[in-house]
Write a protein that binds this ligand. Structure first.
Ligand SMILES: [Zn+2]
Length: 202
């Protein structure tokens, strides 16, 4: 059953969304098709996924829509790589397959470069301390000046800022320097130990 919205009562009639491309992403469990559309509406150029409402980017309609699409697609693909997975295939829309692949590989190179730069901070105090505390660590390949660790006892992403020797977990809203990291991890582990002790008979 396919119902199409006819016209509507909108005073302005913005251009309908057009498909930019479809990324076939090799996600952990299955392949996911991420349809990316664009639309010029109310002075704003939007590029967005039709299935993932968090995956979108906008800029003012100052240039051609095609220019906006190319500009915004870098950020969209970077977030797609980060949160969904790597594209295994691409289907063309407004952009050719070759153009989309070129953007995907350029985003990949940028990510490699960011990780390489971040790795240079391996010796920073906050990073070495986190390693001593046994936190699973890696240099971020998404943001500069960032290492990421697993927030103890959770699946949160704990961010380390080696340039300032600071850490922060956005989910726990806890952060600080090296002393605060020591306290935070110790508190987490004692809570976890208490919890396990309370739940087992051994
Ligand atoms: Zn946390």
């Amino acid at each position: 059953m396919s119902k199409r919205k006819s016209g509507g009562q909108a005073a302005e009639s913005p251009s309908p969304p057009a498909i930019v491309c479809i990324l076939v992403v090799d996600a952990i469990i299955d392949e996911v098709e991420v349809e990316i559309c664009c639309q010029r509406i109310g002075g704003v150029d939007r590029v967005f996924s039709t299935s993932m409402d968090w995956l979108h980017a906008e800029r003012p309609s100052e240039d051609s829509l095609a220019y906006s699409v190319e500009t915004l697609l870098f950020g969209i693909i970077a977030r797609c790589l980060r949160y969904v997975g790597e594209p295994a295939d691409v289907r063309a829309g407004l952009l050719s397959k070759e153009r989309v692949w070129a953007i995907v590989s350029s985003v990949g190179l940028e990510m490699d470069e960011i990780r390489r730069e971040n790795k240079l901070w391996r010796e920073a105090k906050i990073v070495t301390r986190a390693a001593q505390l046994g936190l699973a660590l890696q240099a971020s390949h998404f943001s500069r000046g960032t290492w990421i660790a697993c927030c103890p006892g959770t699946n949160h992403t704990l961010e380390l800022r080696p340039t300032q020797n600071l850490f922060y977990c956005g989910c726990c809203r806890v952060g600080g320097g090296i002393d605060e990291l020591d306290e935070f991890v110790a508190r987490r582990r004692s809570t976890a130990a208490g919890f396990i002790g309370g739940r087992t008979l051994h």
